[in-house]
Design a protein around this ligand. Structure first.
Ligand code: PLP
Length: 384
């Protein structure tokens, strides 16, 4: 049987990983500034993480949500503590798309309304409602098309207020990434997020903070949306939550009340997933990884801005993007094959950095050196 060929892949086989590094089957070491798409939060194969999951697997790996799973309560407690949202309620699932799907569904149940506001260049996942709220017609199948999603320009307060004025009583939710990832590392203005909060309050709509990529400490705060100083009604999470173990979830403000069977899942919140998620939070706390993300992130952004010839640099904490000049458009490929550094990308010509939150200054310097060399090389190519 062949694999269903939906991914353009790099010809590299990773056989070992530790911290911010991975090794291929030839023994070559790579610096990982991509984290398998923002997933590796505490570093590859962290000993505490491996130990907690291994011990859990030997005890009980899975049972469904038909029984009490104290690990879920322990996770909710810890998550409340680390995120500062102890009065929220936790619903666990398995991925980012599923988290957003449940968030929008819950908003619709709660308000009895159908319309969702999303923004240009958004990415919220590939399941039916999540992909409908994603601004990329190429990945929206005919069956996913719906008139219930209203796309507005990102960071445009006037457009948002006008839309609410016209049809506020039909709006179930506004969904927004605190920092657009797939869209090219675009920060939501703090004032814009406050306007979302105000509109949702005025019209009884639900503010959904998609924190799947920008959340879980990556920005230096647990949720990047919280830089705006207002609370969302629902925060969706996945990626860094399990450091590679598939786990996602939403946390829900206390005024949104649950009803039996309104949401559900077979695998979500299983014992192994909870052990992985707990290990991540424990390491984040003991190793002060949010502080490190902020510190190394600021250092990287400042240094990248000083590299002559590089385009605009954007980001917060360890979610950073920069525009690659046309004459250096092969930079991502060159970083990988010449310098053995994994990075991410976004169209058009944006390099995305989504490393482990434990990235060291030394590894940041190695990357900066490689970028400087690439820019230099593209401006003054050496022909052999
Ligand atoms: C902001 C955002 N939301 C949702 C998703 C979907 O997450 P998943 O791939 O886990 O379904 C992604 C994935 O890239 C994302 O970046």
């Amino acid at each position: 049987m062949n694999l269903f060929d939906v991914y353009p892949i790099n010809p590299i086989t990773i056989t070992r990983a530790r911290g911010s590094h991975v090794w291929d089957d030839q023994g070559n070491r790579y610096l990982d500034l991509y984290g398998g798409h923002a997933v590796i939060s505490i570093g590859h194969t962290h000993p505490h993480y491996v130990d907690r999951i291994t011990r859990q697997l030997a005890q009980v790996g899975f049972y469904s949500n038909s029984i009490r799973i104290p690990l879920q309560e322990e996770l909710a407690e810890k998550l409340g503590e680390v995120s500062g949202k102890g009065n929220y309620q936790l619903f666990l699932c398995n991925s980012g798309a599923e988290a957003n799907e449940n968030a929008m569904k819950l908003a619709s149940f709660h308000t009895g309304r159908k319309k969702i506001i999303a923004f240009r260049k958004s990415f919220h996942g590939r399941t039916s409602l999540a992909v409908a709220a994603t601004d990329n017609p190429n990945i929206v199948a005919p069956v996913n098309q719906t008139e219930n999603i209203i796309f507005l320009p990102f960071n445009d307060e006037q457009a948002l207020e006008d839309c609410f004025r016209k049809q506020g009583d039909e709006i179930a939710a506004v969904i927004i990434e605190g920092i657009q990832g797939v869209g090219g590392i675009n920060l939501a203005n703090e004032q814009f997020l406050r306007t979302i909060r105000n509109c949702c309050d005025a019209y009884g709509s639900v503010y959904i903070a998609d924190s799947v990529q920008c959340g879980y400490g990556r920005s230096g705060k647990f949720f990047s949306h919280d830089y705006a100083g207002v609370q969302a009604d629902i925060y969706s999470m996945a990626k860094g939550m399990g450091n590679g173990f598939p786990v996602g979830g939403i946390i829900i403000a206390p005024h949104i009340r649950p009803k039996h069977f309104m949401l559900g899942t077979t695998f979500g919140g299983n014992h192994l997933a909870c052990a992985a998620a707990l290990a991540v939070l424990e390491v984040m706390e003991t190793e002060q990884l949010m502080e490190n993300a902020l510190h190394i992130g600021d250092y990287l952004v400042d240094a990248l801005k000083k590299i002559p010839g590089l385009g605009q640099v954007r980001g917060r904490g360890l979610m950073i993007g920069f525009d690659v000049p046309e004459d250096a458009k092969d930079m991502k490929k060159n970083l990988l094959f010449r310098h053995r550094i994994f990075t991410g990308e976004a169209k058009p010509n944006v390099i995305r950095l989504l490393p482990s939150l434990a990235l060291s200054r030394e590894d940041a310097d190695a990357f900066l050196d490689a970028v400087s060399q690439e820019v230099q090389h593209s401006r003054f190519p050496v022909h052999s």
